[in-house]
Design a protein. Structure first.
Length: 316
């Protein structure tokens, strides 16, 4: 047997140790290498535009000109002193409240009611509710525009005429324009939220329900004590995505039906960013509004998630 010198043995052991550390390092970095393309995409198309928006908000800049003038916080102070901006804030909150009803409460209620139907009836019911989701938003909005025409030929006025009611102005009325626009936006996505709610209900383990039945629970007690707590994670998910997407989903209905009118009655924070940036070409004001939008509703969503998550029971 050939004996390895002591120094050579130490060198071999050192090389093996370095190789082991290299393999361990590569193994620990492998997940990040797989995630690198996604991080690159998010960095280029999310974080860079976000940082650029924050930067532009400190400048007065007409995007049709190259000159940019640094004004510091002046764009934000102008927003706080603008009565129209506070009106837009109130209307944005109104949109969120109506979206909570139309995209959370109503779909969840319909999902619970659909469980009382037979299987064949449920299929027809689901298809009918989901149909608006697969139709182009612009097409749906144009149909609703015809429905609410403020003339005698409008379908809504045609339905009201035999009842002896006055002809409605609908989209040109300050009091009715915002609810109607919100109705159209919520109706468009309600079917998708209905399917999510239905899936959440069907995911509730039947063992829990059977045990509750065996203990004598039924009716409202069963719904309140067993079903709703187990459905809470799905309900929380629906609520959060509704609040995040509500102002985005109502953008096309506003653009096609009212363009923010009448008298700015249907405008909101997201649509106001578009108006300031691409119609008035005030990039600084638009960026300041966008930053306020992100801070207000992003912070609100995080706060609401933390508040409600304490009351949500997850199956572990």
């Amino acid at each position: 047997m050939v004996e390895i010198p002591h120094e050579a043995a130490l060198t071999t052991a050192s090389q093996r140790s370095q190789a082991d550390r290299g393999r361990a390092l590569f193994k620990s970095l492998t997940p990040y290498l797989y995630l690198a393309p996604a991080f690159l995409f998010i960095g280029v198309f999310v974080f860079y535009p976000l940082l650029r928006t924050v930067q532009i908000s400190f400048y007065e800049w007409n995007i049709l000109r190259e000159r940019q003038t640094y004004v510091g916080l002046e764009n934000y102070l102008d927003l706080l002193d603008d009565d129209d901006f506070w009106q837009i804030i109130r209307q944005s909150v109104t949109y969120l409240a109506l979206a909570t009803v139309g995209c959370v409460l109503i779909p969840v209620s319909l999902a619970f009611l659909s469980l009382q139907l037979r299987d064949k009836e449920v299929d027809i019911y689901q298809s009918a509710l989901f149909l608006p989701t697969v139709i182009a938003t612009s097409v749906i909005v144009l149909v609703w525009v015809w429905f609410f025409l403020p003339t005698r030929s409008g379908f809504a006025n045609t339905l009201l005429r035999p009842l002896g009611l006055d002809q409605g102005q609908w989209l040109t009325d300050f009091d009715t324009a915002l609810p109607i626009v919100s109705l159209v936006a919520n109706w468009k996505v309600m079917g998708f939220h209905f399917l999510i709610a239905l899936a959440g209900i069907k995911a509730i383990p039947r063992d829990y329900l059977e045990a509750a039945y065996a203990d004598g629970a039924e009716g409202w007690a069963l719904l309140r004590r067993i079903v709703l707590p187990l459905f809470a994670p799905t309900g929380l998910f629906l609520l959060i995505i509704t609040l995040i997407q509500a102002l985005e989903q109502v953008f096309i209905p506003i653009r096609v039906m009212t363009r923010g009118g009448p008298s700015n009655a249907t405008n909101n924070l997201m649509y106001n960013v578009y108006i300031e940036g691409f119609e008035h070409f005030r990039a600084g004001d638009a960026s300041a509004s966008a930053v306020v939008l992100i801070l207000l509703f992003g912070g609100f969503a995080v706060w609401q998630y933390r508040l409600l998550d304490r009351r949500v029971q997850y199956d572990r």
